[in-house]
Design a protein around this ligand. Sequence first.
Ligand SMILES: Nc1ncnc2c1ncn2[C@@H]1O[C@H](COP(=O)(O)OP(=O)(O)OP(=O)(O)O)[C@@H](O)[C@H]1O
Ligand SMILES: [Mg+2]
Length: 262
Amino acid sequence: MIQSQPAAAPALADKMKIENLDIFYGTFQAMKRANLSVPDRHVMALIGPSGCGKSTFLRALNRMHDLTPGARVEGKVTLDGVDIYAPSIDPVTVRHRIGMVFQRPNPFPKSIFENVVYGAKIHGEKNPKRLAEIAEKSLRAAALWDEVKDRLSRSALDLSGGQQQRLCIARVLAVEPEVILMDEPASALDPIATSKIEDLIGELKRDYTVIIVTHSMQQAARISDFTSFFLLGELIEVGTTSDIFTRPRDKRTEDYITGRYG
Ligand SMILES: Nc1ncnc2c1ncn2[C@@H]1O[C@H](COP(=O)(O)OP(=O)(O)OP(=O)(O)O)[C@@H](O)[C@H]1O
Ligand SMILES: [Mg+2]
């Protein structure tokens, strides 16, 4: 729920809705009863101290926990009103519609071109002209095209960290997802590369819903429309980013944003 925003929030269509989400690693409960609505084509930031469950929460949103032995997810996560954990739903399709960008850029040891079209090829696209179009469109959308257009056949591993991260974003965009999950995508980058990623996120929300974990409150304030504050496995408070940073309702949120802990 966008609790701190009284009037505007209900008018926004929900892209994703998380209801009573519990997440366990074995017997340890890492997330307790989390509820959140994520408006379409906006940026939702997830903040909170280390170990509070931000990554755990994020990974539940595209069924990444399916791949973690011992992890268990209970509750409901919907995309456009459809439960992504329903037995009839294929997790691969979920991860296609809800893409993920990780903390450390993880390009494959292949060419720049092969990295971008990887997903499209898996989905059966073979036409070289079409693949070239997909590569250009995605690299342009990820604000990387001008830097790599003359060396698409070179190894992705030769790119700088910031370029690699934009390449990973291009790789996600190439499969035309609807939601992009990002787990501290700029934490390994220098200030210039970080600012490019932040600008890019501002562009992406025209077409995509972005849910981003960040340790930087300044970054959350710069790039997000809404912010959720997590503490010790609980989602404490959600609101517009300006409300969360200027007039949080929960004392624990206030303590965190004013630097009293974390
Ligand atoms: N695969 C796992 N198996 C067991 N426990 C885990 C696993 N992943 C995370 N945890 C535990 O779940 C809790 C939440 O971890 P999580 O990684 O979600 O925190 P976080 O908020 O993303 O932290 P950070 O800001 O440091 O990335 C922690 O206590 C962590 O030790
Ligand atoms: Mg994390």
